[in-house]
Design a binder for this molecule. Structure first.
Ligand SMILES: CC(C)(COP(=O)(O)OP(=O)(O)OC[C@H]1O[C@@H](n2cnc3c(N)ncnc32)[C@H](O)[C@@H]1O)[C@@H](O)C(=O)NCCC(=O)NCCS
Ligand SMILES: Nc1ncnc2c1ncn2[C@@H]1O[C@H](COP(=O)(O)OP(=O)(O)OP(=O)(O)O)[C@@H](O)[C@H]1O
Length: 237
């Protein structure tokens, strides 16, 4: 909890659809905090850019002061010591940004239903302990590869290099409290019923709702059900 607001962590494989699922939680009145986006914010800070330049030279920073993501990815996903150095530079900055966003949201008159931490390294960096619930987004390997091929132009090697820098998926799944299946290959095509700002009450308790796969309406149903369950469990305790 952060000032009485639940924290829900989203984990899963690279390209599993964590951000997509997080967005659906956002439609239900939650506030999504994306670590990948906050990393991008950190890269706008001169002190961060200076350190990057000192370590990897001018070619790591483009003419407009934007980092060269491809070059940095090739360094950090091939040499663990380079990755650890970058993480030790960025993660404290991201932690401050995250806390500032939560602090501000908690002071608003309309407080979020929950904070959604869309944080790929949630377990690896010890943030799962701060979550009231962790949700694993389960997506078959071939679907994930297909998605990152299409959306980011990655090949299987790029996906694999990132994955071996993370905890194994079966371990993350085992340590999570809920599983949401996001295997559909279709884009969001749910009929235009607006999600309510608050999650509906759910009568039957379901600890895991994986299994059924029938497009994005099914995905929304799972998200709504998981959120209702988390909120009602926290109220009961
Ligand atoms: C290396 C960088 C420049 C590559 O940028 P790129 O645009 O190619 O990827 P992007 O940032 O969108 O990340 C995509 C995915 O890669 C994986 N990934 C990113 N960083 C890491 C990491 N340090 N360890 C393992 N996987 C990672 C995650 O699954 C992430 O969702 C960038 O990922 C980065 O700065 N990473 C270090 C910061 C970090 O640890 N980020 C993870 C979230 S806190
Ligand atoms: N159910 C779905 N149907 C179709 N496309 C999807 C679905 N879920 C995710 N995608 C697409 O797959 C791509 C990867 O999804 P997303 O960025 O949410 O994954 P991620 O798990 O957050 O990735 P990363 O680990 O890199 O942060 C995106 O282009 C997204 O729009």
């Amino acid at each position: 909890m952060f000032q009485g607001i639940p924290i829900i962590g989203i984990v899963g494989g690279v390209g599993s659809g964590k951000s997509h699922v997080a967005h659906l939680f956002g439609n239900l009145g939650c506030l999504v905090i994306s670590s990948d986006k906050q990393v991008t914010e950190a890269y706008a800070l001169p002190e961060v850019l200076n350190q990057i330049r000192q370590r990897w030279g001018d070619e790591a920073i483009g003419p407009q002061g934007l980092i060269n993501r491809k070059l940095i990815a090739s360094k950090v996903f091939n040499v663990p010591a380079e990755r650890q150095w970058l993480e030790s530079l960025l993660h404290p900055v991201v932690a401050n940004l995250r806390d500032a966003v939560m602090q501000q949201a908690a002071q608003q008159s309309e407080r979020p239903v929950a904070f959604i931490w869309d944080t790929p390294l949630l377990f690896e960096v010890g943030l799962a302990d701060r979550c009231d619930a962790v949700v694993f987004v389960d997506t078959p390997d071939d679907v994930r590869l297909d998605r990152v091929r299409r959306s980011r132009g990655w090949d299987a090697g790029e996906l694999r290099r990132r994955e071996i820098s993370q905890w194994p998926l079966d371990k993350k799944r085992r340590l999570s409290h809920y599983v949401i299946t996001n295997a559909a290959e279709t884009p969001d095509s749910c009929p235009a019923t607006k999600d309510p700002a608050r999650p509906p009450e759910v009568d039957s308790p379901v600890a895991s709702v994986d299994g059924e796969i029938s497009g994005s309406c099914e995905l929304r149903r799972q998200v709504r059900q998981v959120l209702s369950r988390i909120v009602s469990d926290l109220r009961a305790n």
